[in-house]
Write a protein that binds this ligand. Sequence first.
Ligand SMILES: Cc1cc2nc3c(=O)[nH]c(=O)nc-3n(C[C@H](O)[C@H](O)[C@H](O)COP(=O)(O)OP(=O)(O)OC[C@H]3O[C@@H](n4cnc5c(N)ncnc54)[C@H](O)[C@@H]3O)c2cc1C
Length: 452
Amino acid sequence: VPLGLVAALRERVPAMTTDEVVLAAHATDRSGAAAPGRPVALVRATSVADVQETLRVAHAHRAAVVPRGAGSGVAGGALATEGSVVLDLSGMDRIVSLDPLDEIAVVEPGVLTAALDAAAREHGLMYAPDPASAAISTLGGNIATNAGGMRCVKYGVTREAVLGLDVVLADGRLLRTGRRTVKGVAGLDLTSLFVGSEGTLGVVVGAALRLRPRPETTLTAVAGFADVDAAAAACAAVARERLQPSLLELLDHATLDVVDRAQGTVFAARGGALVVAQADGAGAHEEIAAIAGVLGKEATWSEQAVDKVSSERLLTARRLALPSIEAFGRALIEDICVPRSRLADALRGVEAIAARTGVTICSFAHAGDGNLHPIISFDAGLAQPPPAVHAAADAIFALALELGGTVTGEHGIGLLKRGWLARELGPDSLDVQAAIKRALDPHDVLNPGKAL
Ligand SMILES: Cc1cc2nc3c(=O)[nH]c(=O)nc-3n(C[C@H](O)[C@H](O)[C@H](O)COP(=O)(O)OP(=O)(O)OC[C@H]3O[C@@H](n4cnc5c(N)ncnc54)[C@H](O)[C@@H]3O)c2cc1C
């Protein structure tokens, strides 16, 4: 470790520490994977200048910088590497402005996703992208991973909400991308380049985000099905009828079983799969009735909410799916996406993989987007997933590609899926990506070894 790096950081960025305990606490994320190396310093940035100084020092010393929001990522993107400087952005947590007429908020990167949505609510607005981690993830992390969520089936993923960014580049320069207007086409779309770049091209230090009118009414319907085939077919029928749910989720039998065991509910006995749908806005009553009608054709049972309270109750199984699985052991959270017309094939394929490898896999899906989360559980006593878990995960990625899909719908490549990137993208795409990385970060300072 070049002593000069730590000394220079100490001199130029006061909010830094080399305390081993603090470093260890900021070296991991929610992937459950061990950090590949030990960081030498943690910078707790509170200003754009802190970030710029950190990058200038790291750049001069050719040291790695690992940007970090809340560390809720599950792909290992924020895991510390040997000799790196961890750059914690969670302290930059101000909502700089929120203009109710323009429906645009300008935020620092450390603002929690749910905090922006709550601030927007006061003006009858919402921040639409709603990862299940909204209460514990930052907007900077959401932008860096292009996070999705349940509302995205109607309102789009994080990319659709980002109008412009302030980004500190590898050499410390501050770049402004995009615009602070809803429309605008000047120049190449650099904003989109940074969205989903997982901290490898620049550090997001500010964002102009689009807000949307908050629907006054949101209504829920659930339907039980004999098996995942029937459930996926019903979801496809909703799309075929050109209905536009604001949420369309599917839970398989293994998931229902675990939810029942953890929560004392009785879903599994009532069918092999569950679909939860919502409709919102002025036409919510008509829309949810139409959606429930389509789902009901093949359903073994169904129920429709009459108000907010019953709506929330019907969503419980979906909201509690992951916590229920994690109540019984550790979980490798997977995240493939297939064309939604292939959702049934994906679900059946995952069931076959579970049978073949002998591991337990609970699947739930953002069915409207074809985005499937097969959750592979294993014994909580094990430090790392056993080989069968990795074998199952690899088979799931291969299945996704076979079906014309992707190995990650919303969580990112991070560290854990790098081996699959080349298989998905092919050599030409990898070449272009490497050229972009070299142009922006020739000395490989920003999150090296991740994502690309
Ligand atoms: C219970 C649970 C539920 C989840 N549900 C969802 C879900 O529904 N949808 C979904 O998409 N994800 C979900 N996730 C995954 C995770 O919450 C998201 O990936 C989230 O966007 C990460 O945000 P973070 O602030 O925690 O980022 P971190 O984990 O700290 O970092 C993630 C990546 O972003 C980079 N990064 C962070 N901040 C910046 C920045 N300011 N500038 C540049 N790069 C940066 C890091 O280097 C890393 O590569 C879930 C996770 C958990 C634990």
